[in-house]
Write a protein that binds this ligand. Structure first.
Ligand SMILES: Cc1cc2nc3c(=O)[nH]c(=O)nc-3n(C[C@H](O)[C@H](O)[C@H](O)COP(=O)(O)O)c2cc1C
Length: 404
């Protein structure tokens, strides 16, 4: 119950993504939050106050000049009597009102009257999002201390439209709220960290590639937990299907060479954790066109060449981070392979795991790791990948504190 007892004022404005706010209410309540909804007139064209009220189990606020709600100047109470205000979806119109201090309806008045943190999840057509007026308004709101989640890139509700403007998914919004509401100690505040995650894709031709079964779950969770402890995190992610973690700067790459470039560009950093399952080899010369199957000629030969070793490169880099952690996914001789890797790669510790198919670790939700350092081997119990990440982030914070 990560949001237990937290009071979230959810402002729903008039975009097509308003239907996702219904799921957002459920997700917030599942985590223990109390959700008080405010709907603009526009929002009520897309979802009904009845549905919003049923899901939030309470009154839905829609009218600034309501005789009942305003008996005790309700809009000021709404603005103050919460821990955070989330605007999802946030229309271009409502953001323009916020940026200019307009207060012509309940939602904009509450947003002008509040002294609480405000998180905005914009949703609109890509042309509206990239319009100079919206860009100005977003910049103004950022300067005013408003936090943003998204928008994301992808298909629009309108047919044949795609681009940046999709509202973040409800779980991404929840994660951003959790990060803002988290009052845990921040031992890594002021520290920078680079985390790599996921597989790499090494092209054979424009449609085929060499890859592996890494899901990115472990690396993404580590990035999120380092951020939760206050670090400023750059996550360099290979192609994955899981969402970007909240509160982390994510750089998406495809191949090992792109990953190394992104990591090198992110230096200097205090901490580097190399979780990605980087392909050891790539095809020497990937074809510009799809390689055709030729009758009677058998399979096309593939000549492989070695990929750069990201862990070893950074472990011996002139800008080497203070702490370098590598992951070793092995299917045999896990400890001896990890010990050999420790010295060869210039890492401070290696997180070793057995990824034999019967363990279910690759792609699964659980992990059982051993931490190999010059001081010996720590055997960690079977944990969820999130718990493993939390424990590793705490271990990293301790290492940095001991170093100082
Ligand atoms: C079908 C339809 C879909 C719309 N979708 C969006 C949207 O996704 N984002 C947006 O900013 N405006 C969208 N609009 C325009 C807003 O509804 C309009 O600007 C409205 O005045 C917003 O009011 P509000 O900000 O008070 O909720 C849409 C309008 C229609 C008719």
């Amino acid at each position: 119950m990560t949001l237990s007892g937290k009071r979230i004022l959810l402002i729903i404005s008039g975009g097509i993504a308003a239907y996702k706010s219904l799921d957002l209410i459920r997700r917030l309540r599942e985590r223990g939050a109390e959700v008080r909804p405010v709907m603009t007139a526009g929002a009520q064209e897309f979802v009904t106050p009845l549905a919003v009220g049923a899901l939030s189990s309470g009154h839905v606020y829609t009218d600034l000049f309501s005789r009942e709600d305003e008996q005790d100047v309700g809009h000021i109470r709404l603005a103050r009597d919460c821990d955070l205000i989330c605007v999802a979806p946030a229309t271009a119109d409502l953001m323009a009102k916020m940026a200019n201090g307009l207060a012509g309806d309940l939602a904009s008045t509450v947003l002008l009257a509040t002294n609480k943190p405000v998180l905005v999840a914009p949703a609109m057509n890509p042309a509206m999002w990239s319009h100079a007026a919206t860009r100005r308004n977003v910049e103004m709101l950022r300067q005013d201390g408003i936090r943003f989640i998204g928008p994301m890139s992808g298909e629009m509700a309108e047919s044949n439209e795609a681009g940046e403007g999709r509202m973040a998914e409800p779980l991404q919004i929840v994660a951003a709220i959790e990060a803002l509401m988290d009052d845990a100690p921040k031992p890594l505040a002021g520290r920078t960290a680079i985390v790599t995650s996921g597989p790499t894709h090494e092209p054979i031709d424009p449609v085929r590639y060499i890859a592996n079964r890494s899901s990115g779950k472990q690396g993404h969770a580590i990035a999120a937990h380092l951020a939760r402890l206050g670090a400023q995190v750059t996550l360099v992610s290979g192609p994955v299907t899981i969402p970007d973690p909240a509160g982390v700067n994510v750089i998406h790459v495809e191949s090992a060479r792109e990953m190394l470039d992104a990591v090198t560009n992110a230096l200097p950093a205090d901490i580097a954790v190399f979780v990605a399952a980087v392909a050891d080899w790539r095809v020497s010369a990937s074809a510009d066109n799809k390689i055709k199957k030729k009758e009677g000629e058998g399979p096309a030969p593939l000549e492989l060449t070695e990929n750069p070793d990201i862990l070893r490169t950074i472990g011996h880099h002139q800008n080497r981070p203070q702490l370098v952690v590598g992951f070793a996914a092995e299917t045999a001789d896990v400890i001896s392979n990890a010990q050999a890797k420790l010295a060869r790669k210039g890492a401070d510790f290696i997180v070793a795991n057995d990824v034999s198919p019967e363990t279910g670790i690759m792609g699964g939700d659980r992990n059982r790791v051993r931490i190999v350092s010059k001081d010996g081997v720590e055997d960690w119990p079977d944990l969820s990948k999130d718990e493993t990440a939390a424990r590793l982030a705490a271990r990293i914070a301790k290492f940095i504190a001991d170093w100082d």
